[in-house]
Design a binder for this molecule. Structure first.
Ligand code: NCD
Ligand code: ZN
Length: 345
């Protein structure tokens, strides 16, 4: 197969930041995806419907003329989130869920939650008003091995939540381990996971190949090859509980290439092409449409997109960098060949 046409896809986990850089990154996503769920980890965080709708307007302003793109908004759960905030959010169609960041787990998570049991009343309200919980699934105890943080979050935090709130719709974001795959498979249809392109394409060797490679540093970290393989199997399995979320997370070059570089991989420049490559390499191109375009919308109870996109088997070179306000943005796979190309005509 040298060409594939799929329903217009949705990116169910995306960081676009704010301000001047929106015009650098939003066009990449908008030309590939019909919709994206925008993460609320700005500084300060996006915690209210009003803030989210204002942020959504700033994103709309960065969409190229003639391109149709719908940003869907997640609100940031904080210790001061109230039951009323949840009720209000549940009534607004463009507010898609609440994002749980364990405090200290990742980039801009300082405003997040330190004690998960303390927010059980909020989870109860989310269950009652049927608004999804989007989890960054890692424990934060600094003594815990960084490669074990997702597995321990599932065992210690997520299992009790799953049992206590059986009707709560839960998304375990950007999964990285075979334990996460099993957790999803062992539960009911209201427990789902997003999978990034970079966790499908790479394993932890990429961070250390010939030297330290900060542009492959993201959270949760890339894991061993056996975990990568479990993610590939899940993504290409046709199980509707696994769907696309890039977690594309732009940072200025100087913040990545630093003594203490920050976490986040940028893939929005070629996201759907990178996923196509993984599915092709695993003889599963026929599964891409459901994974990229249908299962996420079904879980979030969104209408299916009506448009299509077409990808061609065509090699091109990933740009080495993009402009990013006054700095540069280094994409994942900079300078490497990409084997599929989106038809943008
Ligand atoms: C994300 C970011 O930079 O906002 N970083 C990352 O490594 N994935 C935050 C997140 O999703 O964890
Ligand atoms: Zn993210």
């Amino acid at each position: 197969m040298d060409q594939i046409t799929i329903q217009s896809p949705d990116d169910m986990h995306l960081h676009v930041r704010d301000g001047a850089v929106l015009t650098s990154v939003v066009p990449h996503s908008a030309t590939q995806f019909a919709r994206a769920i925008i993460m609320p980890n700005l500084v300060p965080p996006v915690t209210t419907v009003k803030q989210a709708l204002a942020y959504q307007q700033r994103i709309f302003a960065a969409v190229p003329p003639g391109v149709k793109f719908q940003p869907l908004m997640a609100l940031y759960l904080t210790p001061t989130t109230s039951r009323n905030d949840i009720i209000e959010a549940s009534k607004h169609p463009d507010i898609i869920g609440f994002k749980l960041y364990p405090a200290g787990a990742t980039t801009h998570s300082e405003a997040g939650i330190s004690s998960l049991t303390s927010i059980y009343p909020l989870l109860d309200a989310m269950q009652e008003y049927d608004i999804p919980l989007l989890c960054h699934g890692e424990v934060t105890d600094p003594a815990t091995d960084v490669f074990d943080r997702e597995r321990l979050f599932i065992e210690n935090e997520l299992l009790p939540i799953r049992q206590q709130f059986p009707a709560l719709r839960i998304v375990l974001e950007h999964i990285t381990t075979h334990e996460a795959v099993s957790f999803i498979e062992d539960n009911t249809q209201n427990t789902v996971a997003t999978i990034t392109a970079h966790h499908l394409l790479y394993n932890r060797n990429a961070i250390f190949s010939g030297g330290i490679r900060p542009h492959y540093y993201c959270l949760p970290l890339l894991k061993r090859k056996q975990h990568q393989q479990a993610l590939i199997t899940a993504a290409t399995s046709g199980d509707p509980r696994f769907f696309l979320g890039t977690d594309s997370a732009p940072h200025p070059r100087h913040r990545k290439e630093a003594t203490c570089g920050c976490a986040g991989c940028y893939t929005a420049h070629a996201a759907i092409e990178l996923y196509a490559q993984v599915f092709d390499d695993n003889n599963a191109l026929d599964k891409l449409d459901n994974f990229a375009s249908k299962y996420g919308a079904a879980f979030y109870r969104l209408p299916q997109n009506t448009g299509t996109i077409t990808l061609h088997r065509q090699q091109w070179e990933c740009p080495k960098q993009y402009d990013f306000d006054r700095d540069k943005l280094i994409p994942v796979g900079a300078g490497d060949p990409i084997y599929w190309k989106l038809d943008v005509s």
